[in-house]
Design a protein around this ligand. Structure first.
Ligand code: ZN
Length: 55
Protein backbone atom coordinates (compact mmCIF):
# COMPACT_ATOMS: atom_id res chain seq x y z
CA UNK A 1 0.00 0.00 0.00
CA UNK A 2 2.99 2.30 -0.26
CA UNK A 3 2.26 3.42 -3.80
CA UNK A 4 -0.34 5.92 -2.65
CA UNK A 5 0.54 9.56 -2.62
CA UNK A 6 1.67 10.81 0.73
CA UNK A 7 -1.31 13.06 1.34
CA UNK A 8 -3.73 10.17 0.88
CA UNK A 9 -2.39 8.10 3.72
CA UNK A 10 -2.16 8.58 7.44
CA UNK A 11 -0.23 6.54 9.94
CA UNK A 12 -2.19 4.51 12.43
CA UNK A 13 -0.75 5.82 15.71
CA UNK A 14 -1.26 2.50 17.46
CA UNK A 15 0.50 0.04 15.14
CA UNK A 16 2.21 2.49 12.72
CA UNK A 17 0.53 0.95 9.71
CA UNK A 18 -0.29 3.19 6.77
CA UNK A 19 -4.01 3.80 6.43
CA UNK A 20 -5.59 5.18 3.26
CA UNK A 21 -7.83 8.01 4.42
CA UNK A 22 -10.60 7.49 1.89
CA UNK A 23 -10.91 3.82 2.77
CA UNK A 24 -10.38 4.11 6.49
CA UNK A 25 -13.33 2.72 8.40
CA UNK A 26 -12.00 3.69 11.78
CA UNK A 27 -11.15 7.21 12.76
CA UNK A 28 -11.24 9.32 15.87
CA UNK A 29 -10.97 13.05 16.45
CA UNK A 30 -8.69 13.95 19.31
CA UNK A 31 -7.52 17.47 20.16
CA UNK A 32 -8.88 18.76 16.87
CA UNK A 33 -6.95 16.22 14.80
CA UNK A 34 -8.34 13.19 13.04
CA UNK A 35 -6.52 9.93 13.56
CA UNK A 36 -7.04 6.91 11.35
CA UNK A 37 -6.84 3.28 12.36
CA UNK A 38 -6.44 -0.01 10.52
CA UNK A 39 -8.88 -1.85 12.77
CA UNK A 40 -11.51 -1.43 15.46
CA UNK A 41 -9.01 -2.91 17.88
CA UNK A 42 -6.45 -0.16 17.25
CA UNK A 43 -9.14 2.48 17.54
CA UNK A 44 -10.29 1.04 20.83
CA UNK A 45 -6.79 1.08 22.26
CA UNK A 46 -6.35 4.68 21.20
CA UNK A 47 -9.69 5.73 22.63
CA UNK A 48 -8.80 4.24 26.00
CA UNK A 49 -5.43 5.95 26.34
CA UNK A 50 -4.74 8.43 23.52
CA UNK A 51 -1.72 9.83 25.32
CA UNK A 52 0.06 6.50 24.99
CA UNK A 53 0.11 6.85 21.23
CA UNK A 54 0.76 10.49 20.48
CA UNK A 55 3.80 12.49 21.45
ZN1 ZN B 1 -3.55 -0.50 13.58
Amino acid sequence: MFWFKKEEVETDPVCNMKVVKEKAKYSEVYNGRTYYFCSADCKEQFTKEPKNFIA
